[in-house]
Write a protein that binds this ligand. Structure first.
Ligand SMILES: Nc1ncnc2c1ncn2[C@@H]1O[C@H](COP(=O)(O)OP(=O)(O)OP(=O)(O)O)[C@@H](O)[C@H]1O
Ligand SMILES: [Mg+2]
Length: 285
């Protein structure tokens, strides 16, 4: 199959880089081996080498090495201000590295898109729901074609009947589902999620987590989820990265089969150990 190399920046390396040694956690019963990442023809793989990012002379990320295979679901956790959103923005190409390389690779014949979803849905108040979703398609295509694709994406998130609504008439959870449909309508190879469920109530969060997992399994994109909720990270991810002072302090596989049961003892133990690690860290300046 044709391999398409997407490069950020232009000279970015696309070869696999061995990850730097980081401490790893052991599961209670058996060592946490790297899980089998689902083979993905649509996902974008990410290889980061010796990444550095400064803002006004203040170093936020330094010496960060990482490889994310195409199709993997990665959760990123860490204290507020440690550089999680900056890392996402660098991977998405929304920020330029001060030094180092970010390489993106895909097996897809057509270059897949990268999309990001934020804690707030950022919908256009003057556009109906279906047209907000169509924004995710970018330019081009007939209005009818764009609306048909948007309707399909709305059906994926269970909001078909709200297509003609104004955003102001939706609940907070429904608005986030519209934002999810907008992110998915272009069939991205990489979906970055920056605290997308942070403002939702607990039950809506659980519903949305299941929805995101189901769509990820069906579509095969690479998912990078930044979350403050360690329980959410262990419930959803194949792998959890703990970022500390701009580096990956911990790189843990979640070797628990799906569907995962809430209250699973291995997940709870892993959550406890990651929380212990976070609590033992010094808060960023
Ligand atoms: N555009 C910018 N200009 C200057 N400093 C920035 C910029 N973006 C981020 N920073 C700084 O970089 C550091 C990391 O910010 P970042 O938003 O990546 O943290 P975070 O881990 O996502 O935090 P939180 O969990 O609170 O969202 C912070 O000190 C922040 O002030
Ligand atoms: Mg952030």
């Amino acid at each position: 199959m044709l391999a398409t190399a997407l490069r950020v920046p232009e000279d970015a390396a696309t070869r696999e880089v061995a990850p730097r040694e980081v401490p790893s956690l052991k599961a209670p019963a058996a060592p946490l081996a790297r899980p089998e990442t689902p083979r993905s023809a649509t996902g974008i793989g990410v290889t980061i080498r010796d990444l550095k990012k400064d803002f006004d002379g203040h170093t936020v990320i330094e010496g960060l090495d990482l490889h994310i295979p195409a199709g993997q679901f990665v959760a990123v956790v860490g204290r507020s201000g440690c550089g999680k959103s900056t890392l996402l923005r660098l991977i998405l190409g929304l920020e330029s590295p001060s030094a180092g390389r970010i390489g993106l690779e895909s097996q897809a014949v057509r270059t897949p898109t990268k999309r990001i979803m934020f804690q707030e849905p950022r919908l256009l108040p003057w556009a109906r729901v279906v047209d907000n979703v169509a924004v995710g398609l970018g330019e081009g295509g007939t209005r009818a074609d764009r609306r048909a694709k948007a309707q399909t994406a709305l059906a994926e998130v269970g909001l078909t009947e709200k297509a003609g609504n104004w955003p102001a008439t939706l609940s907070g959870g429904q608005r986030q589902r519209v934002a999810l449909a907008r992110a998915l309508v272009s069939h991205p190879g990489l979906l970055a999620l920056d605290e997308p469920l942070g403002a939702l109530d607990a039950l809506t969060r659980i519903d949305m987590q299941a929805m995101i997992e189901r769509i990820w399994q069906a579509q095969g994109f690479t998912a990078i989820l930044v979350t403050h909720d360690v329980a959410e990270a262990v419930a959803l991810a194949d792998r959890i990265l703990v970022v500390e002072a701009g580096r990956i302090a911990l790189d843990v596989s979640v070797d628990v089969p799906r569907p995962r049961r809430r209250g699973d003892a291995d997940l709870a133990a892993l959550e406890g150990r990651i929380l212990d690690h976070l609590l033992s860290e010094r808060a960023p300046a």
